[in-house]
Design a protein around this ligand. Structure first.
Ligand code: NDP
Ligand SMILES: N[C@@H](CC=O)C(=O)O
Length: 335
């Protein structure tokens, strides 16, 4: 069986999900893609925290180990914040490695730059996991809406906020209690301010804008409000009128301008996002040919995010088939 070596940056909620499923799904990957995957190196911040790690990979805090191994063809990135993630992915691409990221903050800032760099270096960037967890929104927009003009998107893009709002309404929890549960379940960001102040949904919306319109609005022009000020009383007041408060991220093209916002909104029961509960996300796309299409599914957590990253891996491996590059990156069984 031919083999591809990969590196994994980050072994937290997301990294562990990728590690786990690359092992549990090894047979399916081999059957469908014709290669086995070997995780050669794992880069973390504190290797000593992972002393019980039993795999065969090299576990290190030194990213240079990844660059120094020319056999590593693909780099998964699931670490925190813009840096050093951006530098690591830039160097990986320059070294001819494909990259797959879940890091929306970094990608909202630098995604366009990375995609251009990857094109120049004839490698690919997978970023399905940056937006809406396990929902395949990036590939849907890239592959399945090539002719439709998507004039408007409205989405629930932060699983933690939706989980908190649902728990507050259904179980009468305070915001802090519900946030603690979301953290325990691995949904929240390392700094949950990103979730409850709307930054995380904002980054995801900017990634969608870049993909759809090849530009982003001026960030300071976008209204961004999180759910931090929402009280149980607010939620119950809306509930008594048959409404649910949801945290919505919206973008619309009006007179060739991008109008975007991120804010809590009280929805009536006939709204397509009213029934999206718990950690689920959903996105309503409005295409000029098709009309409204809604995608929904798990928006955060270890397995849904790993799912998005592993499907990116499959896309990259399929794109290698028959290319000159394949002989460089895929090790034949005889090596
Ligand atoms: N949790 C989720 O549901 C989702 C998360 N994401 C994104 O995925 C990324 C990872 O999230 P998550 O797994 O939840 O986070 P965690 O906090 O669970 O894990 C982060 C991992 O990154 C490592 N790390 C942090 N900083 C560095 C650094 N400077 N160098 C090397 N390694 C580093 C940590 O190392 P150590 O273990 O040694 O501390 C840890 O293994 C984030 O960008 C997040 O926004 C995207 C979609 C969903
Ligand atoms: N903290 C994020 C994780 C996934 O992107 C969220 O709750 O949506």
């Amino acid at each position: 069986m031919n083999k591809i070596q990969v590196a994994l940056l980050g072994l937290g909620t997301v990294g562990k999900g990728v590690y786990h499923h690359l092992h549990t799904h090894q047979r399916i990957i081999e059957r469908e893609l014709g290669v086995s995957i070997e995780i050669a190196v794992i880069v973390v911040k504190h290797p000593e925290k992972h002393h019980d790690f039993a795999g065969e990979a090299i576990l290190t805090s030194n990213f240079q180990v990844v660059l120094d191994n020319p056999k590593i063809a693909i780099v998964f990135e699931a670490i925190i914040g813009k840096e050093p993630a951006f530098t690591y992915l830039t160097k990986s691409i320059q070294a001819g490695k494909h990259v797959i990221t879940a890091n929306k903050e970094m990608f909202a800032y630098h995604g366009n730059e990375l995609v251009k760099l990857a094109n120049a270096n004839h490698v690919r960037v997978g970023y399905e996991a940056t937006t809406a967890g396990g929902i395949p929104i990036i590939q849907t927009l890239k592959q399945l809406f090539q002719v439709n003009q998507i004039r408007k998107i409205t989405g629930i893009l932060n699983g933690t906020s939706n989980y908190i709002l649902t728990e507050m309404r259904e179980n009468r929890l305070s915001l802090d209690e519900a946030l603690q549960q979301a953290q325990y379940l691995g949904y929240a960001e390392e700094d949950p301010t990103n979730d409850i102040e709307g930054y995380d949904a904002f980054y995801k919306l900017m990634i969608l804008c870049q993909l759809l319109y090849d530009r982003q609005p001026e960030w300071t022009s976008v209204k961004r409000r999180g759910i931090s000020a929402i009280t149980l009383e607010d939620i119950l007041a809306q509930y008594s009128q048959g409404k649910r408060i949801k945290h919505l991220a919206s973008v619309e093209i009006i007179d060739n301008q991008i109008e975007a916002s991120v804010e809590p909104v009280a929805l009536a029961s006939n709204h397509p996002l009213f029934a999206i509960e718990g950690v689920d996300n959903a996105i309503v796309l409005e295409g000029d040919i098709v009309g409204k299409v809604t995608l929904s599914g798990p928006g955060a957590g270890s397995f849904p995010t790993a799912s998005a990253m592993i499907e990116d891996l499959a896309i990259i491996i399929r794109s290698l088939k028959g290319s000159n590059e394949a002989s460089r990156l895929i090790e034949s069984a005889s090596n």
